[in-house]
Design a protein around this ligand. Sequence first.
Ligand SMILES: [Zn+2]
Length: 350
Amino acid sequence: MPLEINQVRASFFEALNNIKSLQELDELRVKFTGKKGDLTLLLRSLGKLPPDERRQAGQDVNNLRDEIENAIASMSKKIRDSENEKQEIQERIDITLPGRGRLSGAFHPVIQTMHEIANIMQGLGYSVASGPEIEEEFYNFECLNVPKWHPARDMQDTFYFPDGKLLRTHTSPVQIRSMLKYGAPLRIICPGKVYRRDNDTTHSPMFNQMEGLLIDKDVPFSQMKGTMSEMLNAFFGKSLKSRFRASYFPFTEPSMELDIECVECSGHDEHCRVCHGTGWLEVVGMGMVHPNVIRAGKIDPDEYNGFAFGIGLDRMAMLKYGISDLRLLFDGNVSYLNSCFNSGLEEVSC
Ligand SMILES: [Zn+2]
C-alpha cells in the first residue's frame, strides 16, 4: 500500500509540472480526486487492508489528498497570476507615447482680414450691415446712379438671372438698403462676396469687398481722408504714406482713389514684385456720396452728405500676408492655409 501511495504522488506531481492552463489543471484534478480518480480508488482500496495497516494507510492517503489539493490550489493561483500578467501587458497604455495631436480650425486669411478691418471700423463707430448676394438691378445699379446706358451694366461684367435679378457686382447696394432702413445719420460697413465676369490670374469671378458709408450733417472731405488713413495704418500696423488721386465712380462726386506706400519695399525697390517698382499700391476707391444716391436712400441731400469707400478684402489679405497669387485664396489647399497660420494669422479653437 505505501508503494501505491508513492506512485500516485509521483505520477500526480509529474503531470502537474506539465500543466499549462486552468483547463488542463481541472482535468488533472478530476483524474486524481474525481469519483473514479486514482486517489479515490486508493481510498476505496483501504477496506481490503488488514485492520492494523488500515489506520496508518488511511492517514497517509488523507495526507496525500491534502497535498494534492494544496498543490492544485497553488498551481491554479500561479496560472491565474500569469494570465493576468499577460493580459495587463496586452492592455497596457504607454503614457510616454507622444499624443496624436488635434487639428484645430482657423479663419481663412480673407475672413481674418475682414474681421480685422471690421474691428478697426467698429472702433470708429461703424456698425456691420449685410444684404443679399442675389440682388435687384434697382439696388445694384439704379439707386447708385448707374443709369441703363452705363457700360458697367454690360452683360460682360454682370451675371444676370433669367428673371432680371443679378449677382451683386459690389457691396454698394447695402448702402441703399441701410439708408432706407435706418435713415440718417448712419455709419456702416458691409463686408461680403461680390461677382463679376472676370477670370484671370489677378481677377476672380467671385471676390470679397468691404463697403463703408458715413452719412451725417456737414461731413468734411478731410474726415474721409482721415478715416481711411486711420484704418489702413491700424490694419498694417505702421504709419504709411498715402496719396489721393482723382478718379471716377458714378455713385460718388468727387471720387478718389487712395494709394499707400508699398508695404513690401516702401518705394525702395525698383524690381519689387508687389508694386512693380512704382512704390505705390492702390487700395481703396472712395468719394463723397453723390446726391442722387443719398436721394435714392430717401434722405435729403440738402441736409445730409457723407462719404463712401470700397476695399478689396482679397487684395488686402494678399498685401498683409505676402500672398502672391490670388488663386491661392480660393483653392482651399489645406497645407497652404496652414502655412498662413504659421505666419501669424490668429488661430481659433472650436
Ligand atoms: Zn514695392
